[in-house]
Write a protein that binds this ligand. Structure first.
Ligand code: HEM
Length: 267
């Protein structure tokens, strides 16, 4: 099992929140096997305040910016699919080239999510020393983003090591699923990460929270509207994005009650 798939199995517990009551949770709730080197109590002795620090800090942040929870969840996904869950998406570029954040699929990640992860790293390293990886902090942020937006709580195995290098632009593009892909392509994209169709469906439920920029879907509205789009849905999207270069934003899932009432569209 790769480290990216192992980390994502924890995230599958998100499915009760993502898919509502329509999916049996039996398989998703089974305790996944741990990757060698990871354990639930990895920081129990050397940083016992780790998980409380993250949860309480995020609780405070989300009280004024609920939307950034979605940003944190997405950062973990974009970290894990490129080189595994190694924190490489957090790295700034270097003389060797721009970092992963400069690659097109990452341009719509929320800048504030990175600021929050950095602030948590500073707080945790002040309290415990530089012994907790940014990859672990990112995974815990994703878990707490799910929990604090009304999803299930789940345990996250810890002990990831941060990567020292980031992926190139081409490798980043090649590893992150393209937003215009059809289902067969997404199935094979996930299979390359050792994730199956059930994983794809459950994890796609990550879109129960968050937002999309017009740029991610105007290709289905212009120059010709995709005839398979439901008419009212397409009309609403056209109002949000009246041209193919509109800068608008829309909620990804307008029917998720918690999100439609508390949605914030901040950066
Ligand atoms: C199946 C392949 C996937 C594709 C093609 C995809 C694509 C996208 C796109 C195009 C957006 C909108 C970006 C924008 O325009 O701002 C988005 C947002 C989002 N995605 Fe995915 N995604 C995928 C899987 C996932 C997974 C596995 C997760 C996490 C479990 C996830 C979590 C999110 C979240 C939370 C947002 C909202 C971010 C925000 O509000 O800042 N996505 N995704």
């Amino acid at each position: 099992m790769t480290s990216s798939s192992a980390s994502f199995i924890s995230l599958l517990l998100v499915s009760s929140f993502l898919l509502g009551s329509h999916l049996s949770l039996t398989s998703a709730q089974a305790t996944p096997p741990l990757v060698a080197g990871l354990s639930y109590d990895f920081h129990a002795t050397n940083c016992p305040s780790l998980e409380t620090t993250i949860r309480e800090y995020l609780r405070e942040i989300f009280s004024s910016d609920f939307g950034v929870a979605a940003g944190l969840l997405r950062v973990h996904f974009h970290d894990c699919f490129v080189q595994g869950c190694d924190g490489s998406v957090l790295l700034a570029g270097s003389a060797s080239g721009p970092g992963e954040q400069a690659a097109p699929p990452n341009l719509t990640l929320r800048p504030r999510a990175f600021v929050i992860i950095n602030e948590l790293r500073n707080r945790i390293h002040r309290a415990c020393g530089a012994i907790v990886s940014c990859a672990d902090i990112t995974a815990l942020c994703a878990r707490d983003a799910v929990f604090l937006t009304g999803g299930p709580d789940y345990r996250v195995p810890l002990g990831r090591r941060d990567g020292l290098t980031f992926a190139t632009r081409d490798a980043t593009i090649a590893n992150l699923p393209f937003f215009g892909s059809r289902v067969p392509t997404l199935i094979s994209d996930f299979a390359r990460k050792n994730l199956d169709v059930t994983d794809l469906v459950a994890l796609s439920g990550g879109h129960s929270i968050g937002r999309s920029n017009c740029v991610s879907f105007v290709g289905r509205l212009y120059p010709t509207r995709d005839p398979t789009l439901e008419t009212n849905f397409a009309n609403n999207l056209t109002r949000v994005c009246p041209t193919n270069t509109s800068p608008g934003l829309t909620a990804l899932d307008v029917r998720t009650p918690i999100y439609s009432t508390i949605n914030t569209l901040s950066t």
